[in-house]
Design a protein around this ligand. Structure first.
Ligand SMILES: Cc1cc2nc3c(=O)[nH]c(=O)nc-3n(C[C@H](O)[C@H](O)[C@H](O)COP(=O)(O)OP(=O)(O)OC[C@H]3O[C@@H](n4cnc5c(N)ncnc54)[C@H](O)[C@@H]3O)c2cc1C
Length: 425
């Protein structure tokens, strides 16, 4: 069998896994196969700094071609993996090459969910997943233009903040009854809504879209301006429509190889797929989480991609540890940072801790037994240390006193200590 580790998907998880394989002493070959033109890069800045910075800077590389070569990692860009032959332990690439593997990692990520109206995708919509997508959107955010954003999830709202910072008029259309329906508590969503309203973003919640039509037929058949027709009969003219309605895990390769799929590529607690020599990590991977009763989840977050990439590398080398990292996500909007640790939908009750100056606002989710299962915070950058303390509590399955959680004067770190230590006994 080939002494080669193959990684399909040269994004956050794939690049981390390649680096980790070397760090953990793997001496054989490593092939990192990516279909994008750029070497692996960070996506979070695409909706933030890349939109508001003076110039469209190159994406921040996770690993350059030169450092990959130095580490003996064969990094193929602009190359798609087309087929996997699990019994022959081979991957067929678009350029006709065949790569043998001892172990294979699928880190294929996710793609922007396309907006369909009456089963058809309107022409000329913008989406954000890749650096080229970011350049196209950036080009449309000129001061004074009116931008319609469909979807009030994290990507849509970060783009709304960036567009306001660029001087655009922004209208966000959301089919659900509130913004940020997935991933954060209603309290945090209400804070983020108020923040955007104060910055001049207009929202239409619970709204349906009947049609999105180009206003001016432009070169190449794509109208730059659009007329958005709402289900209630109102219309909005705008200079660009950006759809931020979520992401779909890229599972087609896994599916055609006969691997089990369940809201992503179905992985075990060690991140092995239904084929013991094939692993999955990052946005494409669904896995059972031990902290949440083995509930199967799929996360779309930077840290999860990093941690799972590293974990999968260890598993490819024979590691048997279950993946148990506490989910963690952050978002930056205007001068506020938002962080979520744990799973906010796992809470039965919520405890609020509001700083005296009102800036840092934390909401803790407790399950029926009082165990801390999530913490969401919005505020200044220093909210990170409270979320970190909460993360440790979640990891240790602690049952904190809700009255102490609620008091901003009590350091969260002190709730990590057994009661006797806390009192200095
Ligand atoms: C605009 C934006 C902003 C974000 N901001 C935040 C944030 O603020 N905080 C946060 O926690 N997370 C954020 N995220 C999420 C985070 O970036 C992702 O969770 C992370 O990139 C996932 O890493 P991944 O490796 O699983 O997938 P990706 O980084 O998407 O990489 C997958 C790669 O696999 C390639 N690929 C797929 N199929 C094949 C194939 N058959 N052959 C070859 N290559 C293939 C894809 O082209 C892609 O390059 C953001 C994401 C986006 C898009």
């Amino acid at each position: 069998m080939s002494r080669n580790m193959v990684i399909i998907g040269a994004g956050q998880a794939g690049a981390r896994a390649a680096l980790e394989l070397r760090e953990q002493g793997w001496k054989g070959g490593i092939s990192l196969i990516g279909r994008e033109a750029h070497p692996p890069y960070e996506r979070p800045p695409l909706s933030k700094d890349a939109m508001v910075g003076e110039a469209a800077a190159s994406p921040a590389a996770i690993i350059s071609k030169a450092s990959a070569a130095e580490l003996g990692i064969e990094l193929a860009t602009n190359t798609s993996a087309m087929r996997i032959d699990p019994s022959g332990h081979r991957v067929l690439l678009q350029d006709g090459r065949e790569l043998g593997y001892e172990r294979l990692l699928l880190a294929t990520g996710a793609s922007s969910r396309r907006l369909l109206i009456g089963g058809k995708e309107p022409a000329g919509l913008l989406y954000l997943r890749t650096y080229p997508d970011a350049l196209l959107i950036r080009d449309r955010l000129s001061a004074g233009s009116r931008i319609v954003i469909v979807g009030a999830g994290f990507t849509g709202l970060e783009l709304a903040a960036s567009a306001r910072q660029r001087g655009c008029e922004v209208v966000v259309l959301e089919a659900g009854p509130r913004i940020l329906m997935r991933g954060v508590s209603a309290e945090i969503a209400a804070d983020v809504y108020a923040l955007h309203r104060a910055q001049g973003v207009a929202f239409e919640l619970g709204v349906g879209i009947k049609a999105i039509e180009p206003i001016e037929p432009a070169a190449m058949g794509i109208g730059r301006r659009h007329l958005v027709k709402l289900a209630d009969g109102r219309t909005i003219e705008c200079d660009a429509v950006i759809a931020g309605i979520g992401a779909v895990p890229d599972t087609s390769l896994a599916e055609s190889a006969g691997l089990e799929i369940e809201n992503g590529i179905r992985a075990s607690h060690t991140l092995a797929t239904s084929d013991a020599d094939i692993f999955a990590a990052g946005d494409c991977c669904s896995f059972p989480h031990p902290l949440y009763g083995g509930r199967r989840i799929r996360l779309e977050s930077w840290r999860n991609a990093e941690d799972q990439g590293a974990h999968a590398a260890a598993a490819m080398l024979g590691g048997k540890e279950p993946y148990a990292a506490v989910p963690w996500f952050w978002s930056d909007q205007y001068d506020r940072t938002l962080q979520v640790s744990g799973l906010s939908d796992a809470g039965a009750t919520t405890v609020a801790r509001i700083a005296e100056d009102g800036v840092n606002r934390l909401f803790f989710g407790l399950d029926e037994g009082g165990r801390l299962v999530s913490a969401s915070g919005i505020g200044a950058a220093n909210i990170a240390k409270d979320i970190k303390a909460a993360e440790l509590m979640i990891q240790r399955r602690l049952v904190p006193d809700p009255a102490l959680l609620a008091r901003p004067g009590i350091k969260l770190k002190s709730l990590l200590l057994p009661a006797s230590e806390e009192k200095g006994a």
